[in-house]
Structures are given as C-alpha cells and as structure tokens.
Design a protein around this ligand. Structure first.
Ligand SMILES: *Cc1c(COP(=O)(O)O)cnc(C)c1O
Length: 376
C-alpha cells in the first residue's frame, strides 16, 4: 500500500508514532485490575479536556456512536427535540432523533452561516414541551464554530437538555461543559485528541441522568445506565489498544498543556486563513469571526473545478484535503489542522494548493523558491 501521503482532512488525522508504539503493547485482560485502573484513569483525565465534573464514558465506536447514545437514552417516541442545523452534522443529529421516532422541530440555517441566538430563544418560548436541543459546536462541513455558551444560557433557563456534538473541536478548541451547561456532550477520538478512529466519549450531567432514569430508551449497546452501573464503567469489552493510545495522547496533550494544545490549533487555523486570503481565495463561512479553530473551509474560485483540485492535490503532491459535502461538492475545499498537525504540514499544503491552482489556470505568482519545485 502506498503510504506516501499527507492526510489534511478534518479527521481522521495523521497519528503520532508515539501513539502507535503505545498501542502495540500486548492486550491485557479487560476485566483485570491493571487494565481497569488504566481505563478509569483515562476517563478521569478526559474530564479535564471536557472541563467538567460530570461523568465521562469512553466507548467503542466512532463519534456518531456517542451522538447516537446521547439521543437514544433521552428520547421516547413522540418526544420533541429542537434540532439546530447549519450543516451536515447538525442534520445528522436531526436524523438520529428521527430514527428514535422523536418529533423534530428544526431550526435550519443556510450552510456557512451561524446560529442566531434569538431564534433559539423564541423557539423554546414557543414550545415549552421541547425536551432537548441538539447542536454542533464546530460544524465540520462548513468550518463554522457555533455559540454554545450563549445557547447554553438560554437552554439552562428551560427544562430542556442541551446535547452538543464536539467531535471536531474537543481538544482543539475551548469547550466548557459545566460552565456552558452542556448536558450531553458527544465527541470522538480521531480529530483533535490525536488518536485513530474507533473510540468515542460522552459526558453526562445530573440533569441528563434525571431524564435518562425516567426514559425507557430503545437501545442496548449504548444504554448509558449500563455504563454508569457497571463496576468498570464499561459493560462490554473496552477497546483495549485504543485505551493505551488514549493514555499516550493525553500525555502528549499534558506535555504541551491543554491551553497550549488549543492555542496550537488556533494559530494554525489563523495562519491557514491568512494564507488562503493571500492567495486571493475567499473563506466559506459568512462571518469570519465564526471561523473554526480546527478546520478551514475555502471557496473554490470561479472557473476552477473543485473536485479536480482535490484530485490533483492527491495525485501530484500526495496531499489529501477534503472537498465539500452534499450540495457543496466541488464548491469548497476543507483543510483540517487537528491533533498532531504542525506548521510544516500547513506550509506544504498551502504551497501545493497554490501550485495546483496555478496548474488549473488560476492566476497566481508562485514564490520564487517554488518555481523549480513546481516543475518536478
Ligand atoms: C467527524 C464528525 C462526526 C462524525 O464522526 P464519526 O467519527 O465519523 O462517527 C460528527 N460530527 C462532527 C462535527 C464531525 O466532525
């Protein structure tokens, strides 16, 4: 298999070799004392990343499993959920609610725009029977960061639970589960935490437990009551190797310090945006102040085929970036700068982006040092 590529999509991300070395350790018995001590310690450490005193569970599955768990445990058929959507992942929450036969009240925004807090307030005032509100903190499909803290304040003053997807921002942006009033916070391993795909995380508040205890959820594997009541906080075999990897990933984050790890993401995001603007490109989010810390989405310039751009980046330079999803296919590109990504990967990605755009007929002047390289 050709491994000569650089993965610059918004997750999964290139995994640091330290993590793979840790994961290659022999499998321990999953009910043994040693493994369980390790497992419980990592869930305690995850609380620091979520900035919460709530329970945090580590589960096998990709991020969507945590989203699924968040909904399945609180919704019974007919229960009303306000689903705020402004992209692919907000829509995923809506679809999960539908799958569990909840009644969706959708607050829908154009992809690329941000959520209007007043609309949320009005929707909740209009219908006090709304049991939960779902939203995405960092909408990966558009590169927009949504105002969770402000929405949390509104939701807190009602009986509804706040359910948030932080899959592409946990570790790479500031998340304050307790201060923001997030009742169920779903996240995943393969983005800013720096692990391979395969583990997900969920935090559960006391308000959420009060609802979960009274809800006859239609799930088996993801039944949170079973996780809570299990001696090991995991009713089934844990992803053992991923747990070794998580310890190493959290050690790496600790060595930086969480705030510096977040800062690193912030700096890379800003640099990527500025580099794109220097190339004469336009950012996709309508309001630049809402731009994500972890993924940059850029409009494909007029007259350029976005799908071809992504393809040539891969074929000519071995750099894998993401295109747009659904109706944005061919219209935007997305560059991830999560987890182990550093300045050097951004330098090559943006330089190769410029060369590829030039190959496709975009008017741009290469830096003199790139001229000889572009001819290889
Ligand atoms: C990646 C991502 C998901 C999907 O996670 P999976 O791990 O593929 O299940 C959900 N929401 C957001 C915001 C994401 O970025």
């Amino acid at each position: 298999m050709n491994e000569d590529f650089l993965l610059m999509i918004p997750g999964p991300i290139p995994v640091h070799p330290r993590i793979f070395r840790a994961m290659s350790m022999k499998i321990m018995p999953h009910r043994g004392e040693e493994f369980n001590k390790l497992f419980m310690e990592q869930s305690e450490r995850m609380k620091k990343i979520f900035k919460t005193k709530n329970d945090v569970f580590l589960m096998a599955g990709s991020g969507t499993a945590a989203m699924d768990a968040a909904i399945a445990n609180i919704i019974q058929p007919g229960d009303k959920v306000l689903c705020i959507t402004s992209g692919k992942f907000g829509e995923r929450f809506r679809d999960i609610v539908k799958a569990y036969k909840g009644t969706v009240v959708e607050l829908k925004y154009e992809w690329g725009s941000s959520i209007n807090i007043e609309d949320v307030k009005k929707a909740l005032e209009k219908d006090p029977s709304i049991k939960a509100v779902t939203m995405v903190h960092n909408e990966t499909s558009t590169g927009v960061r949504n105002p969770v803290a402000e929405i949390g304040k509104i939701v807190r003053s009602t009986k509804a639970l706040l359910v948030v997807d932080t899959i592409s921002s946990l570790g790479g942006d500031n998340i304050e589960v307790d201060n923001w009033g997030i009742d169920l916070c779903a996240s995943g391993s393969q983005k800013c935490i720096g692990l391979p795909p395969g583990m997900c995380f969920i935090s559960v508040s006391q308000r959420a437990w009060d609802v979960i205890e009274k809800t006859d959820g239609t799930c088996y594997y993801l039944n949170l009551k079973k996780y809570k009541n299990n001696k090991y906080k995991a009713p089934y075999t844990q992803p053992v190797s991923m747990t070794y990897g998580l310890k190493e990933a959290l050690d790496i984050i600790d060595e930086y310090g969480l705030e510096n790890w977040i800062k690193k993401h912030e700096k890379l995001a800003k640099a990527t945006r500025e580099a794109a603007k220097t190339l004469g490109l336009k950012l996709f989010p309508q309001d630049e102040t809402t731009c994500s810390n972890t993924v940059t989405s850029i409009k494909v310039p007029e007259g350029i085929d976005g799908q071809e751009l992504v393809k040539l980046m891969r074929e000519n330079h071995g750099i894998i970036i993401a295109g747009g999803q659904d109706h944005l296919k061919g219209k935007i590109i997305r560059i991830g700068h999560m987890g182990s990504i550093t300045k050097k990967e951004i330098i090559v990605t943006m330089a190769c982006l410029q060369m590829t755009l030039k190959d496709l007929g975009y008017k741009t002047e290469l830096a003199p040092i790139l001229n000889p390289i572009s001819k290889i």
